[in-house]
Design a protein around this ligand. Structure first.
Ligand SMILES: NC(=O)c1ccc[n+]([C@@H]2O[C@H](COP(=O)([O-])OP(=O)(O)OC[C@H]3O[C@@H](n4cnc5c(N)ncnc54)[C@H](O)[C@@H]3O)[C@@H](O)[C@H]2O)c1
Length: 346
C-alpha cells in the first residue's frame, strides 16, 4: 500500500457486487477504484453511479494495476476458484463472495495459493457481520444461555428459483457459516433430505440435520417454495432460549428466561420432578448497522494489519465441505455423512 488507503477492485457487478462496491467506497480508509463485468450494461450503470470508478470488461486490467491492493469477487460461484487464484498470483488480497467455491477441493486450492503468496482470503459470509448474530455470539460466549442444547434455522420463502445451483448451495451457506461460528466448531455428521418440485433435478426444498460436538443438534430448513418469508434462528440452552427473527423490524432478537429444572436428588421415579421456569423476555438492543459495512471494514482492517479474517479461507472451506456432504446425503436418500475429526487453526 502506497498510503493508508486500501484500493479495491470489484469483479462482477451484477446483483450483489454493487452493494460491496458501495460499502468499500464509503469507508474512510478504502477506495473502490475498478469494476469489471462481462456485461456492458452493468458497467455503464456503475460508471454513471460512481464516475471515479474505472470500468472494464477485462478483469486482468485490475490485476495489472499495481495501485490495487485487494480484489472482490462477486461473480457466479463456479468462477471463484480460477479468479481467486489469478488475483492471488497477481499479489493482491482477495474477498470472495459466498460460497467460496463449488467444491472443497477448489477451496483448498485457493487456501494453498494464499498461503504460498502470503495474502489474505476472506469469504463473504455476511451474517457473521450481522449485529444480531454478533449479539447471539456474545450471549453464548458469556454463558447467558447456559449449555447449548440445540439450534434450528429456517430460511424459506417463495423464490428466487435459481438454475445454476440447488437451494442448499444458494441459501444454506449463510446458515452453516452462522452455526459453525456460533458453536465454534464444525459438524461431526449430517443427514439431509430434499426434493425438486418445480425444476427437475434442482432441489428447491431441503431439510438438513447436523450433529455438532458435545451433543449439540442443529437443523436447517431451506426452501424456495414456501408461502411465507421466514428467517429465524432458535437457540435452546440449559439456562435461556432465544429467537432471532431477521424479518422483524422492531423485535429482531428475543431472549427468553425459560427452561426446565430437574430436581437434583430423587430416590424413586415417583419423586422425579421437573420444574418449569417462565421468566422475563428481554429484547436486547441491536445496532442498526449494515452488515456489509462491518464486513468491508473488517476486510480492510485484516489487509492493513495482516490479521486473520473472521470468515477466512478455512471457514469458507468448512462451509463448502458441509454443503457437499448435504447434497451427497440428499442424493443417497438421507444417508448419514460423517466428517473427519477437524483440524482447525485458531
Ligand atoms: N452475501 C450475500 O448475502 C450474497 C447475496 C447475493 C449473492 N451473493 C453471491 O454473490 C455472487 C454473485 O451473485 P449475484 O447474485 O450478484 O450474481 P449475478 O449473476 O447477478 O452477477 C454476477 C456478475 O458477474 C459477472 N461476471 C461473470 N463472470 C465474469 C468475469 N469473468 N469477469 C467479469 N464479470 C463476470 C456477470 O456478468 C454478472 O454481471 C455469488 O457468489 C452469490 O452467491 C452473496
Amino acid at each position: 500500500m502506497s498510503d493508508d488507503v486500501v484500493r479495491v477492485g470489484v469483479i462482477g457487478v451484477g446483483y450483489w457486487g454493487p452493494n460491496l462496491l458501495r460499502n468499500f467506497n464509503n469507508l474512510a480508509d478504502a477506495e473502490a477504484t475498478w469494476a469489471a463485468d462481462l456485461n456492458s450494461d452493468r458497467l455503464r450503470h456503475i460508471g454513471n453511479l460512481y464516475p471515479s470508478v474505472r470500468t472494464t470488461s477485462d478483469y486482468r486490467q485490475i490485476l495489472d494495476d499495481s495501485d490495487v491492493d485487494a480484489v472482490v469477487v462477486a461473480t457466479p460461484a463456479d468462477t471463484h476458484c480460477a479468479l481467486a487464484c489469478e488475483i492471488l498470483d497477481a499479489g493482491k488480497h482477495v474477498f470472495i463472495e459466498k460460497p467460496m467455491a463449488v467444491s472443497s477441493e477448489e477451496c483448498q486450492t485457493i487456501n494453498a495459493k494464499a498461503a504460498e503468496v502470503g495474502r489474505q482470503v476472506m469469504v463473504g459470509h455476511t451474517f457473521l457481520f450481522n449485529s444480531a448474530v454478533y449479539k447471539i455470539k456474545q450471549l453464548i460466549e458469556a454463558g447467558e444461555l447456559g449449555q447449548i442444547f440445540y439450534v434450528y434455522i429456517n430460511r424459506v420463502n417463495l423464490g428466487l428459483f435459481r438454475e445454476d445451483c440447488n437451494v442448499v448451495w444458494d441459501l444454506a451457506p449463510h446458515d452453516i457459516a452462522i452455526l459453525n461460528w456460533l458453536l465454534d466448531s464444525v459438524p461431526r455428521s449430517l443427514t439431509a433430505v430434499g426434493s425438486s418440485y418445480v425444476q427437475p433435478g434442482i432441489e428447491d426444498v431441503a431439510f438438513v440435520n447436523l450433529q455438532y460436538p458435545d451433543n449439540v443438534m442443529a437443523h436447517l430448513h431451506v426452501s424456495w417454495l414456501d408461502p411465507n418469508k421466514v428467517r429465524t434462528i432458535t437457540v435452546v440452552g440449559s439456562k435461556k432460549m432465544l429467537v432471532y427473527d431477521d424479518v422483524s423490524n422492531t423485535e429482531k432478537l428475543r431472549v427468553y428466561d425459560k427452561g426446565v429444572n430437574v430436581m437434583p436428588h430423587y430416590d424413586s421415579f415417583g419423586e422425579f420432578q421437573l420444574s418449569y421456569r417462565y421468566g422475563d423476555i428481554v429484547l436486547p438492543r441491536i445496532e442498526d448497522t449494515e452488515p456489509l459495512k462491518i464486513e468491508a471494514e473488517h476486510f480492510v482492517e485484516c489487509v492493513r494489519e495482516n490479521k486473520k479474517p473472521r470468515s477466512d479461507g478455512q471457514s469458507g472451506f468448512e462451509v463448502v465441505e458441509v454443503l457437499e456432504a448435504a447434497c451427497a446425503s440428499i442424493r443417497e436418500g438421507g444417508r448419514i455423512m460423517g466428517f473427519e475429526a477437524p483440524t482447525r487453526q485458531s
